[in-house]
Design a protein around this ligand. Structure first.
Ligand SMILES: Nc1ncnc2c1ncn2[C@@H]1O[C@H](COP(=O)(O)OP(=O)(O)OP(=O)(O)O)[C@@H](O)[C@H]1O
Ligand SMILES: [Mg+2]
Length: 357
């Protein structure tokens, strides 16, 4: 699972346009996508035609109630595309949590508990460096910074990178940054100058795809559908299809950088001389067991124990080799939701995999 925050404290630079259209483009590529609207303006929610009357649970509840998970709060746009909606109530999070310790880790901890098998989780941030944005940054492995061609854009990128440094130094959390030229009409001279400066300063982080300026985005937003559905042949739709392909093509390298980091947070199996530690957050389960090729897929499996923090764990001593396994959660056989290594099984599902030695 790749968790990507859309962030830039500069307002109106294309965060929501990117979040919603990229989510739709990835879903069209058959990726399972969750978009979390993390902005009290609720624009990502509106962009899919949802209104406050359409939901009772939303992003606010993920922050405030540890029992409410993504699986309780999402609205389905399509089988591959889910949205956790937000409205003005989200602006109360900052004050409500003002005295709470580790309040910047709320979203990350909540996401960790979800067993939903998303390929991508996109988080649309508000135009500020607030508690909501810090929560998104600490939950993500990658940040996508949309930059529109205006005089303050370069300053905004500098500020964003400073924020990422603070997160790295104060929290030890390393995030892979990517910069997206958004809403670019590449003809005027001043726009080309901004492009040149971005290339000179941030060549490594700058995405190849440019999202061009087109009036279709405003029309599509007004109609409550992403541009890729509103006008699939439009320049905007093609740009986002290209962006989705560019991001998906990085999956291999991301595995090394962001994904490993994220899966470590999510307790994929950890191999050490003391054995293989299997951990999982199934907050509502009464029993969790593990079965796999190491015990001949015994129907009974081996028990995991519930820890004080609510997660389940067991340590198995396994000889060198490759093992496939599944958890048995209250009788249901599931792959490890936090392990990105899977192999197709003969029943049309996926087994989780761990290699020892
Ligand atoms: N490529 C584009 N071409 C034309 N209009 C665009 C483009 N990208 C964004 N816009 C328009 O610019 C406005 C701001 O975009 P958007 O809402 O995505 O920015 P944002 O960064 O999410 O804003 P905020 O900081 O308020 O959350 C919207 O009206 C959107 O339709
Ligand atoms: Mg927005």
């Amino acid at each position: 699972m790749r968790v990507v925050a859309l962030a830039n404290q500069k307002g109106g630079c294309g965060k929501t346009t990117t979040a919603t259209n990229l989510a739709a483009a990835l879903a069209q590529m058959d990726k399972k996508v969750l978009l979390i609207d993390n902005d009290p303006q609720g624009h990502s929610t509106l962009a899919f035609g949802f209104h406050e009357r359409d939901f009772t649970l939303g992003t606010y509840d993920l922050y405030l109630t540890s029992d409410i998970l993504v699986e309780d709060a999402f609205l389905a746009v399509s089988p591959n595309l889910h949205v956790v909606p937000a409205g003005i109530e989200l602006s109360a999070v900052e004050m409500t949590l003002a005295r709470e310790a580790e309040r910047e880790l709320r979203l990350r901890r909540n996401l960790r508990r979800s067993a939903m098998p998303y390929d991508y989780v996109l988080i649309d941030c508000p135009p500020s460096v607030s508690l909501l944005t810090f929560n998104a940054l600490l939950a993500c492995g990658e940040v996508l910074i949309p930059v529109d061609p205006s005089s303050y854009s370069l300053q905004a990128v500098r500020k964003m990178r400073e924020t990422l440094s603070v997160v790295r130094e104060k929290k030890g959390h390393d995030i892979v940054p990517r910069i997206l030229m958004s809403d670019f009409d590449t003809r005027p001279l001043f726009v080309r100058k901004i492009m040149e400066e971005l290339i000179e300063l941030y060549a490594d982080e700058l995405l190849d795809t440019v999202v061009h300026h087109t009036v279709r985005f405003r029309e599509a937003a007004g109609a409550g559908v992403p541009v890729i559905l509103y006008d699939p042949e439009s320049r905007g739709a093609l740009d986002f299809a290209s962006l989705a392909r560019e991001l998906a093509a990085q999956e291999v390298s991301v595995k090394v950088a962001a994904l490993d980091h994220w899966s470590a947070l999510l307790h994929g199996p950890r191999v050490s001389p003391a054995g293989v530690l299997f951990e999982a957050d199934f907050p509502r389960a009464k029993t969790v067991r593990i079965t796999g090729s190491f015990c001949d897929w015994s129907a009974k499996g081996l028990p995991l124990n519930r820890r004080e923090d609510g997660a389940w764990e067991c340590r198995l001593e396994l000889e060198s080799g490759r093992y496939e396994y599944r958890f048995i959660v209250d009788g249901a056989w599931l792959p490890d939701p936090h392990n990105t290594e899977t192999v197709a099984n003969e029943f049309g599902g996926a087994n989780s995999q761990v290699v020892v030695g």
